[in-house]
Design a protein around this ligand. Structure first.
Ligand code: SAM
Length: 355
């Protein structure tokens, strides 16, 4: 399906809809969007579906529940919202889920997305199972930057964590995308004490021989809350210390479109190692993100339950200006920082919000 929504040229109509917000014209004739804490908002993460082909113990909701297809934003609605966000100042979009590659006709949606003027960077977060099917299409659409989730390098443990015996398939696909020149390829490993922390050094070691960025993510109290527990959480500082049996970690410079990872290199390593530390090393003051959930809600913080109901607005016939106004209002309410470390709970589901 091709994009049926033609993005409108930027105009001053979106500016200052919400008090204190800025969506300003730059010299390059594109908008930049800044929130009330002076954070540049340029990144939209989109959960295409809450469904997933894996059943990761810490992520899959219990009891298992699924949205009906009619509850998801259609591809046409998604392209319209994304184009409006790009017009306001969003430059980078990440497709996630659930598992984005399980949504029917996702290829034609990605092709439509790639045609949005002003969208500079499209990325994908996936469990990697279907990458063999989509690699060529992704490359042709310019989606070369992949995050692949992998919590174990051991086939049997992978099956225990994900509920599916497909480690070999995922590993084959990781090697395939590296060979095809996708870059960067980032491996996301959620470190959990007593579950997979005996593999921290093995994961870090992958960055020695391969051009991968191995990223250790702190386990967050979101998703299947029955599984999360303080005893499983491992702070990045401890992971750093443990992987340095392989050598000293040298910090690498951050790039403009880089996420919140602090990135290092082992001596002689082809790849790098990143640490994402939402709990021990909050990065809220640099947070440039908005999230569109699979049920069409707009969220300005992963770990805050505040959401705006974009889907109802769209389905009640809202104009582009009204949709843009709700986006601006959502950004205006973006919290200065999450409060999970101060005991506030987040009740959202990772698969719907988009990890
Ligand atoms: N299916 C895709 C995948 O597997 O990458 C995209 C969705 S998945 C929800 C995105 C990422 O969120 C995965 O890397 C997953 O490990 C991470 N994630 C889920 N629950 C988490 C939690 N409680 N703490 C930290 N990361 C989590």
């Amino acid at each position: 399906m091709a994009a049926t929504f033609a993005p409108q040229p930027s105009s001053s109509r979106h500016r200052s809809r919400a008090a204190g917000l800025k969506s300003c014209m730059t010299k390059a004739n594109a908008h930049t969007l800044t929130d009330i804490f002076d954070r540049s908002i340029s990144y939209l993460r989109v959960s295409l579906t809450d469904q997933c082909n894996l059943r990761c113990v810490y992520c899959t909701p219990t009891p298992l529940s699924k949205l009906n297809h009619a509850e998801l934003l259609t591809y046409e609605e998604l392209l319209r919202v994304i184009a409006i966000c790009v017009d306001l100042g969003i430059r980078k979009v990440r497709l996630t889920g659930g598992e984005p590659l399980v949504r029917r006709n996702v290829g034609s949606f990605i092709e439509g997305l790639a045609k949005i003027n002003g969208l500079e960077d499209i990325r994908l977060t996936t469990n990697g199972v279907y990458l063999d099917k989509y690699a060529e299409l992704l490359r042709q659409a310019g989606v070369n930057k992949l995050n692949i989730s992998l919590d174990s390098l051991r086939r049997e443990r992978f099956r225990e964590i994900t509920g599916v015996d497909c480690f070999d398939q995922v590993w084959k696909n990781i090697e395939m995308v590296c060979a095809k020149g996708f870059t960067p390829v980032k491996i996301n490993m959620v470190a959990m004490r007593g579950v997979n922390d005996d593999e921290l050094v093995d994961f870090a070691g992958l960055s020695l021989q391969r051009p991968l960025q191995v990223r250790f993510i702190e386990f967050m109290p979101i998703g299947n809350s029955a599984v999360w527990g303080k005893e499983k959480y491992i702070p990045s500082a401890e992971i750093m210390e443990r992987v340095q049996v392989l050598g000293r970690l040298d910090p690498l410079a951050q790039h403009r479109m880089d996420g919140p990872a602090r990135v290092f290199k082992l001596p002689g390593g082809m790849g790098s190692i990143g640490f994402i530390s939402p709990l021990s090393h909050k990065f809220c003051e640099q947070c440039n993100r908005l999230r569109l959930t699979s049920e069409g809600k707009l969220r300005s913080c992963l770990l805050s339950d505040q959401e705006s109901d974009l889907k109802s607005l769209i389905r009640n016939g809202a104009s582009d200006e009204q949709i843009a106004a709700l986006v601006m209002e959502t950004i205006a309410r973006k919290p200065q920082g999450h409060k999970v470390t101060e005991g506030e709970n987040c009740h959202g589901r990772m698969s719907r919000i988009g990890g």
